[in-house]
Design a protein. Structure first.
Length: 264
């Protein structure tokens, strides 16, 4: 009986919040109202379908405390340009000296290893789009360390055909959630992927560069701006480099990249 009363109390509380938000809707800016509505929808969904960890399936949250404790945060020393871990601080690592990228900096929150690799896989290929939120939270948590004074944020786009099949672009979800957490301006359609490219997995660094060369087009005014590109994983930086080339050609002052995870 006690559990039933507790559940009824939770449901009553949620309904009261909905009623209060509806009353305040006319007094709230559009963005604030959308964020509040999204939060209430999440609360109702969590009430009916309690979340489970995207890595281990433990009930309670999308990223449980046990899995969170296993994360490998990216830490200095790093290459100042591409963000690869190095043995001692350097302006450019050996890779950047051989194949310099057109980006001001690339940074990531964590290393691409368990459990974040499982979370990203489920986000991209298993329809678990809600996982963008805990992953974006990791990016927000690390942002203070890698803070860059950027003017505009935009996601790396998928080709329209691939996005149709997947139902969403994971980088767009990450951009939206990350920017809302750290209060950065963003555009979701600042770039378009103009041609279909094969997946980068399994390609060499040189093959990756050729695969995405001239695969993007800019849709917004970036003249004089420092643009931050968002993606889920960075391996060689080839995709971000191809997007950066287009933005710089369109007048961007600088382009940097920020990802959830760095693959080494």
């Amino acid at each position: 009986m006690g559990r039933i009363l507790h559940t009824a109390h939770q449901l009553t509380t949620l309904l009261e919040k909905v009623k209060q938000s509806l009353t305040e809707k006319t007094q709230l800016p559009a963005l604030t109202w959308r964020n509040r509505a999204r939060g209430l929808a999440d609360s109702l969904l969590n009430f009916v379908f309690p979340p489970v960890c995207g890595a281990c399936k433990k009930a309670g949250s999308l990223l449980c405390e046990t899995c969170h404790a296993q994360l490998q945060w990216v830490q200095a020393p790093l290459c100042n340009r591409c963000g690869r871990p190095v043995t001692k601080p350097t302006e450019r690592c050996s890779v950047c000296q051989e194949r310099p990228l057109p980006l001001h900096q690339i940074r990531a929150a964590v290393l691409f290893a368990h459990p974040v690799s499982k979370l990203i896989h489920n986000l991209k290929y298993n329809g678990a789009f809600a996982l963008s939120r805990p992953l974006a939270q990791l990016m927000a948590d690390a942002w203070a360390q890698w803070h860059m004074p950027v003017d505009l944020v935009m996601p790396i786009p998928l080709h329209a055909e691939r996005e149709r099949k997947r139902g969403y672009n994971q980088s767009t979800l990450l951009t939206r959630d990350f920017c809302n957490l750290v209060a950065l301006p963003y555009v979701e359609d600042g770039l378009t992927r103009t041609r279909f490219t094969t997946p980068q997995v399994g390609l060499t660094a040189v093959e990756r560069l050729k695969n995405v060369q001239d695969a993007f087009a800019a849709n917004v005014d970036v003249v004089g701006k420092h643009v931050l590109l968002i993606d889920d994983v960075c391996t060689t930086g080839a995709t971000m480099a191809a997007a950066a080339n287009i933005l710089i050609a369109s007048g961007a002052q600088a382009v940097s990249g920020y990802c959830v995870a760095r693959a080494i």
